[in-house]
Design a protein around this ligand. Structure first.
Ligand code: HEC
Length: 470
């Protein structure tokens, strides 16, 4: 108790000390700027915005001083001024850009390339260049526009784009470079409304999605931003209702290109496996699909089968649980619990696995387990089985008890009467050892795998997302 209390006190002191330091530094930076710089940089004598070239980088002030600017102040003062300028510099933040527009000109007030003949040799920054390009359009810069006239950037969206786009840029010259700056634009929808479509290449779209009208079936999505890939598992049923042998699952995969509004997927079917036992099975292509998200909580899966069934359709998707790290704008928050969400499997039984969602905001573990009947090997599609595991948990827990369910009675992408029934068929524990290793402990007391118990050593499919800390 005593230890905890003093720990809390120590943190409180450290936090207020930090706050105090930051405030004084900012105040003195602003005051020093007024007394040492603003008299010359006032848009009458010399351009005011030119000073932002030094934002976050005192070396630029030192460099112009070496040319003869003769700004008063110590090196420490210049660091304070550069820090103040960094917090005060005007940036382009979610500037609106019309859909399919020929180009929108935006003031780039945070870097000015001097066009003055007077002191032409004092120019430290002579160009503006892109560091990391935008993904939904192109940018061109116009600089050295005249006394105190800001630089411009023209943002031209690619056809059909909407939503947020960001890029970074920098002023460069022979004697120094500015810090790297970030700009963002919001490209409007074709009808002129602001777009809320999130960038698809983010792990935050990972999770459990379904259509409320066909509750009892759904998809598990995982986006791998590091490798530009989307993996989807689809838990559904045969065309007519029945028992566990009418359960069907499919896996879908495809590349995610940053800036693109949709993800093209190939639909696969695996058959010929046995519950938690060899052989490994191979995916057969049975169709194509397109996945899109128009917000962090809504999306759509369009599918078309090429397996002779001619099934095609469109499923509106909403989240089963709450959004944790998806962001429609540019922030990419991370969460150590949610980062464990995704695809896991045992390589010795490749062709079956679990897709996990660990959601600290909803306070739930949810997973879908795609596998086969104990002797499903010869049964074709009727040998497929899937289960869901659900448990409540406290944020930060790494060993979580769950209840196992087997859902039956549904119809492929359609509502059914009666609706699918969720039967409790067992329980177990899912424990995470680190970002890439977990174990699934299970005991079936009923359903199509009744009597089975065991522990499956799981490894993560693909790289762990940003923010995963075991
Ligand atoms: C005596 C007047 C004077 C004072 C004081 C002064 N400057 Fe300047 N500064 C200039 C002139 C002149 C230029 C060149 C402007 C031009 O080309 O129009 C310049 C250029 C600059 C540049 C642009 C360099 C480049 O090419 O990228 C920066 C940055 C800058 N000043 C920052 C500061 C800061 C910060 C202070 C205060 C610490 C300061 N200046 C104080 C006169 C002054």
């Amino acid at each position: 108790m005593g230890k905890t209390a003093s720990g809390v006190v120590a943190v409180g002191v450290a936090a207020s000390a930090l706050l105090f330091t930051a405030t004084t530094a900012a105040q003195s930076g602003a005051a020093l700027f007024t007394s040492n710089c603003a008299g010359c940089h006032n848009n009458v004598k010399h351009p005011k915005g030119l000073v932002y070239n030094a934002a976050g980088n005192a070396a630029i002030i030192e460099a112009v001083n070496a040319k003869g600017m003769a700004a008063p102040g110590s090196s420490a003062d210049f660091v304070s001024i550069a820090t103040y300028l960094d917090g005060a510099k005007p940036t382009i933040n979610m500037a609106l850009v019309a859909h399919d527009s020929p180009g929108t000109r935006l003031n780039l007030g945070d870097i000015i390339v001097s066009a003055a003949d007077l002191h032409a040799d004092w120019k430290i920054i002579t160009k503006i260049v892109t560091v990391s390009p935008p993904t939904k359009g192109t940018v061109t810069y116009q600089f050295a526009n005249g006394f105190a006239v800001p630089s411009h950037v023209t943002y031209t969206p690619f056809p059909g784009q909407s939503g947020t786009d960001t890029w970074t840029y920098q002023g460069t010259g022979l004697l120094g470079n500015t810090t790297v700056r970030t700009a963002s634009v919001s490209i409007l929808n074709a009808d002129g409304t602001p777009s809320t479509a999130p960038e698809l290449s983010q792990h935050g779209l990972t999770g459990s999605w379904y259509e409320p009208a066909t509750s009892g079936q759904g998809v598990e999505v995982e986006i791998f931003p590091a490798v530009g890939f989307a993996q989807v598992s689809w838990f559904t049923y045969d065309a007519t209702a029945g028992g566990a042998d009418r359960q069907r699952w499919l896996t879908l995969g495809g590349f995610v290109t940053p800036g693109q509004p949709t993800i093209a997927l190939t639909i696969h079917r695996n058959t010929g496996g046995n519950f938690n036992a060899p052989p490994t099975t191979t995916a057969v292509t049975v169709g194509t699909a397109t996945l899109r998200f128009d917000s962090c909580t809504s999306g759509q899966l369009d599918y078309s089968f090429s397996d002779g069934s001619n099934r095609s359709g469109s499923i509106p998707l909403t989240r089963l649980t709450q959004n944790v790290t998806c962001d429609p704008v540019i922030a990419r928050p991370t969460n150590a619990d949610f980062a464990l969400s995704g695809n896991w499997f045992d390589p010795s039984t490749s062709g079956q696995g679990v897709t996990v969602e660990l959601n600290p905001i909803s306070g739930v573990l949810f997973f879908a387990w795609y596998t086969y009947a104990p002797n499903g090997g010869a049964a074709g599609a009727a040998g497929q089985r899937w289960f869901t595991g659900q448990g409540s948990y406290a944020a930060g827990a790494r060993s979580i008890a769950y209840t196992l369910y087997e859902t039956t009675g549904g119809v492929f992408d359609a509502p059914s009467t009666p609706p699918p029934a969720n039967a409790v068929v067992g329980s177990g524990t899912l424990a995470f050892q680190d970002c890439d290793h977990a174990s699934l402990d299970f005991t079936f007391t009923g359903g199509s795998s009744a009597g089975r118990a065991g522990t499956i050593p799981l490894v993560r499919v693909g790289p762990a997302p940003p923010g995963c800390t075991p």
